[in-house]
Design a protein around this ligand. Sequence first.
Ligand code: TXA
Ligand code: MG
Length: 322
Amino acid sequence: MEIVEQPEGPPFELGKAVEALRAGLLVGVPTETVYGLAADAANPDAIARIYAAKRRPTFNPLIIHAGSEAEATTLGQLGTTGAALADAFWPGALTVVAEQKSTAAVADLATAGLDTIALRVPSHPVMRALLAEFGGPLAAPSANISGTVSATTAAHVAADLDEDVAVVLDAGPAPLGLESTIVSVTGEPRILRPGAISREAIEDVLKAPLPLAGEDDAPSAPGMLSSHYAPTVPLRMGAEDVRPGESLLAFGPRQPAGWEGAVATENLSTRAELREAAANLFAALRRLDEVGAPIAVAPIPLSGLGLAINDRLRRAAAPRQS
Ligand code: TXA
Ligand code: MG
C-alpha cells in the first residue's frame, strides 16, 4: 500500500488514487466521519475486492458516496423526507436509505441485491475532490476488518488492510470520528444506526419524533449485528470502579473509584464534551486493545452524540458471535 499525504487545502494529490479506482483497485479515503475503503461502485470486481479485504459477509450492503445530491438522486428515490434530510445535512454525516432506481449505475453486489440503496454525500474536502475527479459514485464501507473497531487515521487503515489497498489518502485524523447516522426513508422514517449527527438534530428538521429501528426489524442495517466495533479484549460498561487488572476508558473530570490502579487509562474527553469523545473513541479503543487488559468504561450520558457513542460501546461489549 502507498500512503499519499494530503496538503491542508487544494489542489490535493489524487492522481494515484483515481488511477487505482479506474483499475478496479481499493483506495483508503478520509471522510469527516471515519476512513472509508473505496471502490468504483459500478465495478462488480472492485466491489468483490472490498468484501474480501474486509472479510465481510456478502449480504452486508455498502454505503454509496456521491459528489452531490443531484448525483445521489440518479441512484435512489429520496422522496420528500429524504430530500428534506439531504437539503439539511448534505454534504455531511448522514446516510439515507432509499428505494434504489432501476437505472442506478451501481453493481448489484454493492447493495447486496437489495432494492434499496444507502446514499451519502460526504463533506470532507479530500473525499469531495476525489469524487469530483473520479466522476462517479464510490462504494465505501469503513476501512477496517468487518466487526472490529473502525479506522479514524491512515495508520489504522494500514494496520488493518495493508496488502489489500492500493493507495491511502492521508488527511490526518477523521474530524468526527464516528460513522454517519443512517436513516431509512423507505417506509416510516427511522434510524437504522445512530451516528455522528444526533437524533435531536434530525428530529428538528423532520419536526417529528424519529424512532430507532429495533434489532429484529427487517430490513435493518446488518452492521447492527449486536457484536460489532469489537476490540479483542472484554469491555465492561457503566463502570463505577476500576477492578484490579483492568484498563480505564474514562470520560470527564471525575474518575471512578480505583482509577489509580488502572493498567492503562484513556480519557475520551476530560472536559466531558461528547463531540470530543466521539472523535477520540475508536483510536482510544485501539490503544487500549493493544495494552491487552479488559476495559472498564466510565458512564457516558445518552444525550446528543452520546447515543451513538454508547451504541458503539455496547456492541463492543457484546458477546462475540463467532
Ligand atoms: O460514516 C460512514 O457511514 C462510513 C464512511 C466511510 O462513509 N461508512 C460506513 O460504512 O460506516 P459501513 O459499511 O461500515 O456501514 C454501513 C452500514 C452497514 O451497517 C450496512 O448494513 C448499512 O450501512 N446499509 C447499507 N446499505 C443498506 C441498505 N440498503 N439498507 C439498510 N442498511 C444498509
Ligand atoms: Mg463499519
